[in-house]
Ligand binder design. Structure first.
Ligand code: ADE
Length: 490
């Protein structure tokens, strides 16, 4: 990912961003940060970039011409449209989901204002996003740009090198972090809570959730209210657990945004993919929720003017016809949901040492790397458009969400976690079939999800008997009710 910062103080931002995690990532070529000096682009012979505001008023304004020319230099070099962020207290307040959305971009331009602001005409021409880092006023946009680069940059695959991708941070919805302690066990008479020394994983997890809840309630009542609303939904959804595992997992992964909730009528949006998940008691309530979703999507589409398709996952048969007739939605696939309902890991299978086999020929499962993308894309197709398919797989591999089974140096098959959390993409190349590699990969994926604190589940198309049999053989429980992936247009 490449950050391009347009500023009057390039040294200030470059000095700060060449240190620590972001600096190291830039040194390793995982991302780049470049600051262009807006003053270099002024046509004024004295190097002036500001002037008095028309109509009077305090202070000076940055002029349109140098800002526009600095911006043009970057977009011309990139060669395609680039999301351009103006850092301003008048923008949408920055939050984690916004950081995640920007982390998907290849390039982002950050425009830092100074003095009393920038001539409105150039903002209208170039800015796609107005972002504030909080309800306070800084002397310029540089500190805000640094915050932006730090928060977005750490989400770029490979930037955090502690073995846990940002995606696997098992945080509990919208809660603040629980308190943490390190050695010594007693300091100035203060002891570390005994439970953390007990070694009992389950009790430690429960203690951490409780502490995080209490802390959030006290310090951030706004977040706590959102968390409680989602927890209330989760309790309702758990009444029909197998049918709703995709929705409860969205909440558990902290990537659910509540769109509507009225009793058992619930609609959540996956903040990572934008897909909406919908469960309803009857057609009228179900359609009312779809209308709300459409209105919201329309509002978003209106911002950048483009009409777009979005995905809607329905959890009742009776909603499919209604969504088709009333909203022109189209059915993509009908799936059963298969869930590993126990907390215990599955016994590893299919990777045993065959007698006489050399160490290097033994099948082994490893996390896939960007160099495996082309092979994976050759054997797995989730989207019709090859470029979109490649981009999806690139993102999944980049986030460490795919594993491959290797026979020697050869990739025999692979499995992964979809963006919304279900296990899938299970593929074994023809020449390697009949050796239980599919089972070995699926067991690996289930066990990895458990290690990350998630409930392993997958969605299997209704006619995929091979996969249905495999999941049954592993003891996964099937939902009776199918779920329906639909596309809708706004
Ligand atoms: N520039 C000045 N104040 C700012 C803020 N709060 N957020 C983003 N940019 C700014």
């Amino acid at each position: 990912m490449n950050f391009h910062i347009l500023t009057l103080f390039p040294e200030m931002v470059m000095r700060a961003l060449s240190e620590s995690v972001i600096g190291r990532a830039a040194e390793n070529g995982i991302l780049s940060v470049a600051a262009a000096d807006i003053r270099d682009y002024t046509l004024d012979k004295h190097g002036k970039t500001d002037d008095y505001p028309y109509g009077g008023g305090a202070g000076m304004l940055m002029q349109a011409q140098p800002v526009y020319d600095a911006w043009r230099a970057v977009t011309d070099a990139v060669g395609r449209p680039v999301r351009t962020v103006y850092l301003t207290p008048q923008g949408e307040v920055f939050h984690q989901a916004m950081a995640e959305s920007f982390a998907k971009e290849e390039d982002v331009i950050l425009l830092c204002g100074h003095y009393e602001g920038i001539d409105e005409r150039v903002l209208t021409e170039i800015v796609t996003d107005y972002v504030s880092i909080g309800d306070f006023v800084l002397t310029g946009g540089e500190l805000a740009a640094m915050v932006f680069v730090d928060a977005v940059g750490r989400l770029v695959p490979g930037v955090l090198n502690n073995g846990m991708s940002a995606e696997n941070e098992s945080f509990h919805g919208h809660l603040l972090e629980y308190p943490q302690y390190t050695r010594p066990a007693e300091w100035r008479g203060h002891k570390v809570p005994g439970i953390l020394l007990s070694g009992d994983r389950r009790k430690i997890d429960a203690w951490r959730v409780k502490e995080a809840e209490e802390r959030t309630k006290e310090r951030r009542p706004d977040l706590y209210r959102r968390y409680r609303a989602l927890e209330d939904c989760r309790e309702i959804l758990l009444r029909r657990k197998l049918q709703h595992t995709d929705m409860t997992e969205l909440i558990a992964r902290g990537q659910a945004e509540l769109i509507c909730a009225q009793g058992e009528n619930i609609c959540l949006k996956d903040t990572m993919s934008g897909t909406c998940f919908h469960t309803a008691t009857d057609i009228e309530n179900g359609c009312a929720m779809i209308e709300t979703v459409l209105a919201r999507e329309k509002e978003r589409a209106g911002k950048d003017g483009a009409s777009r398709e979005f995905l809607l996952v329905l959890h009742q048969d009776f909603m499919v016809e209604a969504a088709r007739e009333r909203f022109g939605a189209e059915l993509l696939m009908a799936c059963y949901q298969a869930v590993h309902t126990r907390r215990e890991k599955l016994p590893v299978s299919g990777l045993y040492d065959a007698a006489g086999r050399r160490e290097e020929d033994r099948p082994a499962i490893r996390t896939l790397l960007p160099c495996h993308l082309d092979v994976v894309a050759r054997y797995y197709r989730i989207m019709d458009d090859p470029d979109e398919n490649l981009a999806y797989l690139k993102e999944r591999i980049g986030k460490g969400q795919m594993s491959g089974l290797f026979q020697g140096e050869n990739l025999a098959g692979f499995v992964g976690t979809h963006i919304e959390g279900s296990l899938g993409m299970l593929t074994v190349r023809k020449e390697y079939r009949g050796r239980k590699f599919g089972k070995a990969l699926e067991v690996h994926a289930v066990n990895q999800a458990l290690e990350n604190g998630f409930t392993p589940y997958c969605q299997i198309e209704e006619n995929n008997m091979v996969s249905i049999r495999l999941q049954q053989s592993l003891g996964l429980c099937f939902s009776k009710q199918k779920i329906y992936w639909m596309t809708a247009k706004v």
